[in-house]
Design a protein around this ligand. Structure first.
Ligand SMILES: Cc1cc2nc3c(=O)[nH]c(=O)nc-3n(C[C@H](O)[C@H](O)[C@H](O)COP(=O)(O)OP(=O)(O)OC[C@H]3O[C@@H](n4cnc5c(N)ncnc54)[C@H](O)[C@@H]3O)c2cc1C
Length: 387
C-alpha cells in the first residue's frame, strides 16, 4: 500500500516535470499532497481482551510535594503526589529530592516506596554515592506504576491551575526538563523506552488548541514535531489526525530493569509496611525519602491526596501496531476522560478513565464498555480494518 502510494506520487511528479520542461509554464492540475500514512489497524474486539487492570493515581489539587522536613534526628524528604504524571516526572523529582538531602553529612538513605518515584529517586541517590535501601509494602509488578499507560504525559492529572504558585511552577518545569532528558537517554529495548507517533483524532481543529490563558503553559515545551494530517492523508475515520512524536514507557520492562540496576549498584530491597511516621525512627538510615505515592495520605496524614482511579483494558499484542491514539469518537456526556490507545509489547492498552475519590481496585464495567466500544468504533472504521 505504501509502495503503491509512493509510485503514484512519483509518477505525478514525473508528469509535472514533463509539463514544465517541455511545454508552456502552467499551474499543475494535480494538487501536491503528502502520501497517505499507512498504519496497521488495531484488531479491536471483545474476544481479543486479555485483562483489565486498575490503578489509583496519587493526585493533589496543588500538585506533587517535594520538600525536606525534620523528624527528630532524621531528615525526611517528601517526594510524592505525582497524579497521572508519575512515570513521566519521576527522574526529575528524584534528582531534586536527592539535592534536598545533599547538605546532610550522612550518605546512607532509606527510600520508602518501590514504584516509579521510589526507584528513580533511589537511582539518583546511588549516582551521587549514597548507600540506599528501599523499604516498601509492595514491589513491581504490584504497584500503581505497573498499571500506568504510560506515555510521557508530564501534566496529566497533576495540578489544578488555580492552585499553582510561581514556586511550584518553577519546581515543576525543572523536574519535567530533567525527566524528559533522562528518559530520552534510556531509549532502547533494555528499559522499554521508545519514541512513537501519537495521533490525536478529531473533526474539529479548534478543540485541539487548548492551553490558553495560563501564566506558564506547562505542556508547551514538550509539544514537538506537530503535523496536522487532513482528509486523505491518514487512515483514521476522523477528518484530521494530529501527529506528534512522544515517548512511550513500557512499565513492566522499565520497572523491572530499574530494580535490577538498583540491586546491581549495591541497593537492597526490604518488604515492610510503615503505619506511622514513628515507625520510621526504627530505621538505621539518618535520611528517609518518602516516595509512598497515595500511601502518604495515611502514613503522613496528607488529606489532600485523593485517588484518580484509572483502568486499562488490554488486547492481544500486535507487534505490527507501533503508534498511539487519542480520541476518535465524540465525547460521551459525563465521561471522566476521552479514550486513548497505547501499543506495547505486553498488549494493546485501551484507556480513558479518571474517577476522582474512587478507592476500589475493582474494574468499572460501564467505563470498560465505553472505552472498548469506543475503540471498536474507531478501529473498525479505520482504512485497512477487517470487514
Ligand atoms: C490507568 C493509568 C494510566 C496512567 N498513565 C500514565 C501516563 O501515561 N504517564 C504517566 O506519567 N503516569 C501515568 N499514570 C500515573 C502513574 O502510574 C503514577 O503517577 C505513578 O505510578 C506514581 O508512582 P509512585 O511511585 O508515586 O506510586 P506507586 O507506584 O503506587 O508506588 C508507591 C510505593 O510506596 C509503597 N508504599 C505506600 N505506602 C506505604 C507504607 N505505608 N509503607 C511502606 N510502603 C508503602 C508502595 O508499596 C509502593 O511500593 C497512570 C496511572 C494509571 C492508573
Amino acid at each position: 500500500m505504501q509502495r503503491r502510494t509512493f509510485l503514484t506520487a512519483g509518477s505525478m511528479a514525473a508528469v509535472g516535470f514533463g509539463v514544465s520542461a517541455c511545454g508552456p509554464k502552467s499551474a499543475p492540475n494535480v494538487t501536491p499532497r503528502r502520501p497517505a500514512v499507512n498504519l496497521a489497524p488495531v484488531k479491536a474486539s471483545w474476544d481479543r481482551v486479555i485483562r483489565t487492570t486498575v490503578g489509583l493515581r496519587p493526585h493533589r489539587d496543588s500538585g506533587f510535594v517535594l520538600k525536606a522536613d525534620k523528624l527528630d534526628d532524621k531528615l525526611v524528604v517528601h517526594n510524592y503526589g505525582h497524579g497521572g504524571a508519575g512515570m513521566s516526572l519521576a527522574w526529575g523529582t528524584g534528582l531534586m529530592a536527592a539535592e534536598l538531602a545533599a547538605d546532610h553529612p550522612s550518605r546512607q538513605a532509606a527510600v520508602i516506596g518501590c514504584g516509579s518515584v521510589g526507584l528513580t529517586c533511589a537511582r539518583q541517590l546511588q549516582r551521587r554515592g549514597y548507600e540506599v535501601t528501599i523499604y516498601a509494602l509492595a514491589i513491581p509488578p504490584n504497584v500503581t506504576s505497573n498499571m500506568s499507560l504510560a506515555g510521557f504525559t508530564p501534566t496529566s492529572g497533576l495540578v489544578e491551575n488555580d492552585r499553582r504558585t510561581e514556586q511550584w511552577d518553577a519546581q515543576y518545569l525543572r523536574a519535567a526538563d530533567i525527566a524528559y532528558r533522562q528518559l530520552q537517554l534510556l531509549a532502547g529495548p533494555h528499559f522499554g523506552v521508545s519514541w512513537l507517533d501519537n495521533y490525536s483524532l478529531t473533526n474539529d481543529l479548534q478543540t485541539q488548541q487548548g492551553g490558553g490563558g495560563e501564566r506558564v503553559n506547562l505542556q508547551e515545551r514538550f509539544n514537538i514535531g506537530r503535523e496536522v494530517l487532513g482528509p486523505g492523508e491518514h487512515p483514521f475515520p476522523t477528518k484530521y489526525a494530529i501527529r506528534s512524536p512522544q515517548i512511550r514507557i513500557e512499565p513492566s520492562i522499565y520497572l523491572d530493569n530499574l530494580m535490577r540496576d538498583f540491586v546491581l549498584f549495591g541497593g537492597r530491597i526490604v518488604l515492610r509496611k510503615f503505619d506511622t511516621p514513628r515507625d520510621l525512627m526504627t530505621l538505621r538510615e539518618p535520611i528517609v525519602m518518602n516516595c509512598t505515592g497515595l500511601g502518604a495520605r495515611d502514613l503522613f496524614g496528607d488529606q489532600e491526596l485523593v485517588p484518580l482511579k484509572g483502568q486499562l483494558t488490554v488486547l492481544v499484542p500486535q507487534p505490527e501496531v507501533q503508534y498511539h491514539t487519542n480520541g476518535g469518537v465524540p465525547p460521551v456526556p459525563g465521561a471522566s476522560l476521552g479514550i486513548h490507545m497505547m501499543a506495547r509489547s505486553d498488549g494493546i492498552a485501551l484507556g480513558g478513565t479518571s474517577q476522582r475519590g474512587v478507592w476500589t481496585l475493582e474494574p468499572d464495567e460501564a467505563e470498560r464498555m465505553r472505552v472498548v466500544e469506543g475503540h471498536i468504533q474507531v478501529f473498525g472504521a479505520m482504512k485497512g480494518a477487517r470487514a
